[in-house]
Design a protein around this ligand. Structure first.
Ligand code: GLA
Length: 398
């Protein structure tokens, strides 16, 4: 940079006579930017874009790495809008990955576990792959026995999303958009979907989901991250201690479709109102536990009056001291303990993903809502805007 005296002479030569206040403002601004560049003030966040490979039809797939001022990092792929990695500190400050996934896009193209993906048009199951809306019957793709799971044969997890970095007051934000065409997987209406991931400087991954339609439809979006707070490959998650803010859950039948009952959790293995190890009752002699092969159930979240976003769940991992809080505007959360993982899938760094080596907390409307008149509605009409928000917040405990 030129000397300050030289700079002043250059500016004055252009006919701008400077008063003292203007000069102080200019030199102050120069000083601030020099200090920031030199690292004398707090580190700020950044977003980097790199290639993640090619999609199944040769489409370019990108990986965006969002970092905050604390060195927390979130890797997001345009394929499936997947959270590929989430690196957060343990109690000693050591940053490590806490989600399962793959090293490249091919893993996600072949994936059947929905690791880290955006799920749509309908998160979880729709019984018999059908529903009626406004007197009209719709038939969906069947991809889970007789039922539709997570949007059908090609859900939003298999779409390449358009990505754009957008400004955020509280961190680094990435906007993903996708147009789900009228009739896709059997769903009515052109659904225009927008998901914004924000990595905040308070170590939160905030997910804003919104959608509009041109025909009456149903929509239920979520994210399917598999967490292991001790890190993928560190064994099972049975020792993680979980609290869920739910007095009730939705029992299921043999096809994991809710029966319609909202059952009290008291005296059942589903009572997580007090922090309890995930493994404490996971093999209990309980009909619902047996049907799920462990936990694979929707919990009915408590709502505090007047609170737009509420705490849904809190998980603590004792060895690392890592704590995950899940906050959401949604009425439910699917707690799934990776019962279908069987070690046959090899993920990041070649790690084999074994049974119950991760858990999911998928915030959502209840499964099969379109066929359950007593459940909160998942209908969306033209002119309305679907909007939900979920925050995964990380911290540590002694
Ligand atoms: C959800 C379902 C599970 C399973 C996983 C993905 O959590 O409820 O039954 O399908 O997704 O494997």
């Amino acid at each position: 940079m030129k000397g300050l005296g030289e700079l002043r002479r250059a500016i004055e030569k252009r006919g701008i006579r400077m008063n003292r206040r203007l000069w102080i403002t200019i030199t102050g601004a120069i000083l601030m930017s020099t200090l920031t560049a030199g690292g004398a003030t707090a580190k700020s966040g950044s977003t980097k874009k790199s290639s993640f490979g090619k999609g199944p039809d040769g489409e370019q797939v990108d990986l965006y790495t969002l970092s905050n001022k604390n060195g927390v990092e979130a890797g997001i792929s345009t394929y499936g809008g997947v959270v590929v990695s989430l690196k957060v500190p343990d109690r000693t400050g050591k940053v490590g990955d806490v989600v399962l996934g793959y090293d490249s896009v091919d893993g996600y193209v072949n994936d059947k576990s929905y690791f880290g993906a955006i799920i749509g048009r309908y998160g979880n199951r729709i019984g018999h792959a059908q529903f009626t809306l406004d007197g009209k019957a719709y038939t969906l793709a069947k991809n889970n026995g007789e039922n539709t799971l997570h949007g059908g044969l090609k859900g939003f997890n298999k779409a390449v999303w358009a990505a754009k970095e957008i400004p955020a007051k509280d961190g680094q934000a990435l906007e993903l958009t996708y147009l789900s065409k009228d009739g896709e997987e059997g769903f009515p209406g052109n659904l225009s979907v927008r998901v914004v991931y924000t990595l905040t400087d308070s170590n939160e991954l905030k997910i804003d989901y919104s959608a509009t339609t041109d025909k009456e439809t149903i929509v239920n979006l979520t994210n399917h991250s598999y967490f292991n707070l001790a890190g993928p490959g560190s064994g099972d998650i049975l020792g993680h201690v979980l609290m869920i803010e739910a007095d009730k859950f939705t029992p299921v039948d043999a096809g994991l479709i809710p029966t319609g009952e909202l059952r009290d959790v008291s005296g059942t293995p589903f009572d997580f109102r007090k922090p309890t190890a995930i493994g404490a009752r996971i093999d209990a002699n309980d009909e619902q536990i047996k049907l799920g092969g462990g936990y694979d159930h929707n919990f009915v979240l408590r709502r505090k009056a007047g609170e737009a976003i509420s705490l849904a769940a809190r998980v603590v991992e004792a060895k690392t001291g890592r704590v995950l809080e899940v906050w959401t505007t949604e009425p439910g959360v699917q707690f799934y303990t990776g019962n279908f993982l069987d070690g046959s899938v090899h993920g990041k760094g070649g790690i084999s993903y074994t049974k119950r080596s991760a858990f999911c907390l998928e915030t959502q409307h209840f499964p099969d809502s379109p066929n359950q008149p007593k459940f909160p509605s998942t209908e969306l009409k033209p002119g309305e805007r679907y909007h939900t928000m979920t925050i995964y917040k990380f911290s540590t405990e002694k």
